[in-house]
Design a protein around this ligand. Structure first.
Ligand code: ADQ
Length: 488
């Protein structure tokens, strides 16, 4: 903080932290289901500045001033949101096309074939340039601190660097980075790497992703790699490549006072969803995305009821799935398939009074998620590949009663920090099934020990530490720059 006092912070991300929707009762403000927004928003509240994002709500345009700016959050107005309006073609090519049909499956190695179209690439480049121009226009000095978020903006760091050579550009890649062979199928692999190496600091969730990135650069570019300093120098400009595991804001006492007691939460969920009185409640919370392993989770529930029939009539998976990227066929097909498999399992094991899987395919507000987390006997995260995964950390933060079991995929970045969870391979149905059975039978004392330890980790390694470490590294970098400039 002290090293950065007075410096300007600009965030760039595709998604905006607040969406203004036109409803019957006027304009309503909502928060999108997004790990990135969950993580970056508390940081922006703390350090103010400007957040540049693509406007997507039905009333976004009505809320801004003549410079497309709006002060947010609505109540405290801590920082400025600057919206960029994309045309349909731009959104199609840059967002649906190159980012979500190309880079997303490319980096997740999720057995969905990445699609690379020349026209998408042209839009991706053009939109990166538009956002880079907005950063330059927003900058009040020649050396702002720019926080670039995610795979939508791989080219932007070098574009900003060209115009603002002294800017401190911190790029955080929220999704995994694959190995060089996997990444190599992208026709524009060199351009993407060159763009990212315009950053001062390049952050990933885990050291494993940093290693994959460094090896990818080594394979496809002429660059100097200094392992002992974690830097890559490309065309004379160094980039620090580091892991910064992302997290959540630890709930404040004020917030916790508003939570229902776990017994009340359980009562409310049982009544609302008409679950059996003695239900064993497992909860899953995801965007409705093929990387989250929802199908594998359903298979494990089906196998549990087959292998351990004592759970028939009692075990319930409450799966909350927020629809996402519905414009893509891959996503629509995936959602249909999950609905079909859910129906099949419910027909096979359900009765008039009992359904083993409750699929709630809609966005839930924060309070509703909290209630579910606090009502649950376990939280199930079975991602096939996930940069970090914040749902597991939200569940841990919600359980101040130190009860509840976390089942966590070893392919989520979070598994490296949270070994007290029941860590599973979601591709292995039998192993996941046995973990469900074990969690359902786990004595309260063992739950308490595991949960207490998980809570210590998440409380300490919270999102402020994530941002703080990156900004502290940036601060040191800036200080060194200033000193060396003075010496020369
Ligand atoms: P996501 O893929 O979006 O994030 P995740 O980290 O789990 O995944 O965050 C999802 C967020 O959306 C959570 O805050 C969750 O509560 C919320 N959410 C999910 N379903 C919801 C629903 N039905 N209703 C309301 N809210 C819902 C990406 C990467 C992750 C990485 C984050 C942050 O894919 O690996 O952890 O960015 O870097």
């Amino acid at each position: 903080r002290t090293q950065l006092r007075g410096d300007q912070v600009i965030v760039v991300s595709n998604r905006e932290p607040y969406i203004h929707i036109k409803g019957k009762e006027g304009i309503q403000v909502s928060r999108p289901a997004s790990g990135l927004v969950t993580a970056v928003e508390p940081v922006m509240r703390a350090c103010s500045g400007t957040w540049i994002a693509h406007g997507s709500g039905s009333a976004d345009r009505e809320t801004v001033d003549e410079h497309d700016r709006v002060a947010v959050p609505p109540d405290t107005q801590d920082y400025v949101l600057r919206r960029i309006w994309l045309t349909e073609e731009e959104e199609q090519g840059y967002y649906q096309g190159f980012a979500n049909e190309g880079l997303w499956p490319l980096c997740h190695v999720a057995h969905v074939r990445p699609v690379f179209r020349e026209s998408d690439w042209a839009q991706y480049r053009a939109v990166n340039q538009r956002f880079a121009d907005a950063v330059v226009a927003e900058a009040r000095s020649d050396d702002p601190i720019v926080l670039v978020q995610d795979y939508h903006f791989a080219l932007l760091p070098a574009m900003v660097r060209e115009k603002l050579p002294k800017a401190t550009i911190i790029t955080f890649w929220h999704i995994p980075w694959p190995n060089p062979e996997s990444f190599g199928i992208c026709p524009w692999r060199r351009e993407l790497l060159q763009g990212m190496l315009g950053s001062t600091i390049l952050g990933f969730h885990t050291r494993f992703h940093c290693k994959n990135f460094t090896e990818t650069v080594d394979r496809y570019l002429e660059a100097r790699i200094e392992h002992e300093h974690s830097t890559i120098s490309y065309q004379g400009e160094p980039t620090l490549v580091q892991s910064y595991p992302i997290s959540i804001a630890w709930p404040t006492d004020e917030e916790r006072l508003r939570w229902p007691a776990p017994s009340e939460a359980r009562r409310a969920v049982i009544d609302r969803l008409k679950l059996p009185e003695d239900a064993c409640i497992a909860v899953g919370v995801d965007r409705f995305d093929y990387t989250k392993g929802i199908l594998e989770r359903l298979h494990a529930v089906e196998r549990l009821l087959e292998k351990y029939p004592q759970w028939q009539g009692r075990f319930v998976l409450v799966q909350v799935a927020a629809p996402t990227r519905n414009a893509l066929e891959e996503y629509r097909e995936f959602q249909d398939r999950i609905h079909r498999v859910t129906d099949r399992i419910n027909q096979r094991f359900g009765t008039d009074a009992y359904q083993p899987v409750r699929l709630l395919a809609e966005h839930h507000d924060h309070a509703a998620l909290m209630e579910l987390y606090r009502a649950a006997d376990m939280c199930v995260v079975t991602s096939l590949h996930d940069g970090m995964n914040l749902v597991c950390k939200e569940f841990i933060a919600a359980r101040d009663d130190e009860q509840g079991v976390l089942i966590l995929s070893r392919f989520a970045g979070a598994a490296r920090e949270l070994p007290e969870a029941l860590v599973i391979n979601p591709y292995h149905v039998e192993e996941t099934t046995d973990a469900l059975h074990r969690a359902a039978n786990m004595p309260p004392q063992e739950q308490r020990e595991r949960m207490a330890s998980l809570r210590m980790t998440v409380r300490e390694f919270n999102v402020y530490r994530w941002a703080g470490r990156m900004l502290a590294d940036a601060g040191q970098w800036r200080l060194r720059e200033r000193i060396t400039r003075r010496v020369q």
